[in-house]
Design a protein around this ligand. Structure first.
Ligand SMILES: [Zn+2]
Length: 216
């Protein structure tokens, strides 16, 4: 806790000055983020850091395993669904990114059969939402023998499964049809900070492209 408190003081002392006018503007005008960014709760995946975004840019949902439940799953309460509706209907984001990542503990647990239902009943039920990913890996990736290869395939398939489920929400469907919303599957490799984007044509995660680096 001491580290957090020191960090707060350091931010206020050394950083806030650079952001003061931005925070004041956002406080006055409200938020207008361009992107809903759905990623894993993993402490190594920092949406704002890896995209160099500023306050007000991203509406971020972090949950265990960057899972998007299908719209038909209501459960007790579905906070991810609530965030999708708010971002799409009220904030009118233009893009949604689902960003999976390497060394994902949630996907590893999923592949190992899920969490212990006695000790972690909530986590167990949550991971069950992504059980179809395990079946895809067992069926379509049987040729992969190494654990690391299987885990990477599962992490990528889990991202695509979330992307697929995202498109079961009526509000998302409507805005995809009228062309005012785009959805993207991204993958973040922790060790190198490389980002990959799913290319529906090649059916592969390709190095993120599309923006030319600034000319010297
Ligand atoms: Zn994760």
């Amino acid at each position: 806790m001491q580290r957090l408190i020191e960090g707060v003081h350091r931010f206020q002392r050394e950083q806030f000055g650079h952001y003061r006018s931005l925070f004041q503007k956002l406080s006055r005008q409200g938020q207008s983020p361009h992107t809903l960014f759905i990623t894993c709760s993993d402490s190594r995946v920092l949406a704002e850091l890896i995209t160099q975004s500023q306050p007000g840019d991203l509406f971020v949902v972090k949950n265990v395993g960057n899972i998007v439940p299908p719209s038909t799953v209501s459960g007790d309460t579905n906070s991810t669904a609530a965030a999708i509706e708010f971002a799409v209907q009220v904030l009118r984001v233009s893009d949604i990114v689902v960003c999976g990542h390497s060394q994902c503990g949630a996907v590893a647990a999923l592949m190992a059969g899920g969490a212990d239902r006695q000790i972690m009943p909530q986590l167990s039920r949550w991971l069950d939402l992504a059980a179809p990913v395990r079946r895809v890996i067992e069926k379509e990736y049987a040729h992969l023998t190494g654990d690391a290869e299987r885990l990477r395939a599962a992490e990528e398939e889990n991202t695509l499964f979330a992307l697929e489920n995202l498109q079961t929400y009526p509000c998302v469907q409507d805005r995809l049809v009228d062309g005012s919303l785009r959805v993207h599957g991204w993958f973040f490799k922790i060790a190198t900070a490389d980002l990959f984007a799913y290319d529906p044509e090649s059916k592969q995660f390709e190095p993120l492209a599309g923006v030319s680096p600034p000319q010297p």
